[in-house]
Write a protein that binds this ligand. Sequence first.
Ligand code: UDP
Ligand code: MG
Length: 316
Amino acid sequence: MEKLPLLNLVIPCYNEGEALPYTKKELDRKMHDLIDNKLISAKSKVVLVNDGSKDNTWDEIESMNKTDKMYVGIKLAHNRGHQNALLAGLLYAKDHADIAISMDADLQDDINVMDDMIAKFKEGADIVYGVRNSRKSDTFFKRFTAEGFYRFMSLMGVDIVFNHADCRLMSKRAIEGLAEYQEVNLFLRGIVPQIGYKTDIAYYSRNERVAGESKYPLKRMLSFALDGITSFSVKPLKMITAIGFIILLLSFIILIYSVIMKIAGNTVSGWTFIVCSIWLIGGIQTLCLGIIGEYIGKIYNESKHRPRYIIESILD
Ligand code: UDP
Ligand code: MG
């Protein structure tokens, strides 16, 4: 008989004291279903990462662990944000499991997607992205801002999977690949597609939050988007170079225009010189900033120490 994969279900929790009791009920049922149906090993665990919560989240996790050893708790010393909490859980899973699935504590992402994810892993995928096929339960505002987020990101040159948040399955070797990324500004949705290997998609519908409130209000979403762009793309810097070129081009048109005006005699004395200087200097300055930006972009890429490649297999 083939060996069943040992699953670690990684769940970052920040002030989720209210949601955890509901979440536990659902997880109990789902994990036992998966085990009974021989999809995962009976030694599979749920890894709850407490991201420096200020409420009773850790007490909840402790009591879950006490009553059922399927629940493992990791307590971060302070609040480091969703992405870091998730990474902490994934790196734990790397050493303890064959596959890890990440999921939010509010179970907004339908947990039944796990079946499909595991099936796709068995078909050979190392990374399975969970993608929302409907956002009916989201408010118009959340849907609008969230989908705008994906569009804006790809416009700014960040390669991400549309409508995929952080609900995904990763094999052990995919997480080992992830571990090679040493960067501090963590934007997992951008890094994971860079790892490579065979990937697949599992669709699910997004539900309402079971309890508590969203930890991603608009302000945090904006700063998350900005973080994503500045951690992944030097496109904004390249845009400066382009703007410099455009201004320089314009300044030649202005030059011709103002000389014609001068000849036609429609100008006060000194106007031609001032107008031409302003445009020319403006263009040169912007272009120079762009050139400096190109170098900064290079330094920035170097400083990330990203792996240059990950070997999948060697035939010798
Ligand atoms: N989260 C976290 N640290 C934070 C903020 C959020 O670990 O600083 C967790 C949170 O507990 C949840 C997940 O990240 O499990 C997603 O947050 P939330 O559901 O509030 O975001 P939304 O679904 O509203 O975008
Ligand atoms: Mg949520």
